[in-house]
Write a protein that binds this ligand. Structure first.
Ligand SMILES: [Zn+2]
Length: 246
């Protein structure tokens, strides 16, 4: 077995465990709880979860998504995150050429998924995730692209969203676009070529509109939309398309 094949296998095997950890990050980071210190426990009865409760995917399926002690439902987002993390690793192995490239692609996809879910549930895009995304995008550009282009893309992405934010709050006297979206655009701008940024924002805006239209209760101007979710999804799509078809 070659080193690359061995690493591919290892990445796919580690991915569900990484997904479990990302599930903890999604649950705890927005609530300001340490992602390492307290051991994982049932949110209903407080039972500390043991090794057999923490096997990714399998524990969830075996308990049919319920706590072993009290039977309370475990949020399915955890299961989806473990599956998405594994799917991202498989995608990274297919798309990447070297172990380092595969690892970086998986890392970027894991960060985007985590950011999207936190924005979906909490309307926040925390700095401890947008900053690593920006750094990973720069590292990727430095190794496989053009760092100068990535930096200008980051400036254009973040700059245009900052301008949009300022104009909106001047016109409407309330916040329309969060600072988290501005920081997310720095990372996405570093990831895709600047010429792809209009397409990225267009895809994100259209999918956000479709999602808002399909949401029960419909869309109203006062209801916040977690636009970061759409940006993360569109970013992953446009970026991967560029990696596959340069
Ligand atoms: Zn319980």
């Amino acid at each position: 077995m070659t080193d690359t094949a061995l690493f591919s296998l290892l990445l796919i095997l580690v991915a569900p465990v990484a997904g479990s950890f990302l599930g903890v990050v999604i649950d705890r980071l927005p609530r300001g709880i340490s992602v390492v210190a307290p051991r994982s426990a049932c949110r209903s009865c407080g039972t500390i979860l043991g090794a057999r409760d923490l096997v990714p995917v399998l524990s969830y399926l075996r308990r049919r998504g319920r706590c072993r002690t009290c039977g309370a439902a475990i949020p399915p987002a955890l299961l989806y995150t473990e599956i998405a993390a594994t799917a991202s690793a498989v995608l990274a192995v297919i798309v990447g050429d070297t172990p380092l490239q595969m690892a970086l692609i998986a890392l970027v996809l894991w960060l985007l998924w985590t950011l999207a879910l936190i924005d979906l549930f909490h309307f926040r895009l925390p700095d401890p995730l947008t900053a690593p995304l920006f750094l990973a995008a720069l590292a990727y550009a430095w190794l496989y692209g053009d760092p100068a282009l990535a930096l200008s893309g980051a400036a254009i992405g973040a700059g245009s969203f900052l301008l949009l934010r300022l104009v909106y709050s001047a016109l409407r006297h309330r916040e329309g676009l969060g600072l988290g979206d501005v920081k997310l655009m720095a990372g996405l701008g570093a990831l895709v070529p600047p010429t792809d940024l209009p397409l990225l924002v267009l895809v994100a805006a259209l999918s956000a509109l479709v999602a808002a239209a399909l949401t029960r209760g419909g869309w109203t101007a006062d209801r916040p939309i977690p636009f970061g979710v759409a940006l993360c999804a569109a970013g992953a799509l446009v970026w991967l398309a560029r990696v596959v078809l340069p």
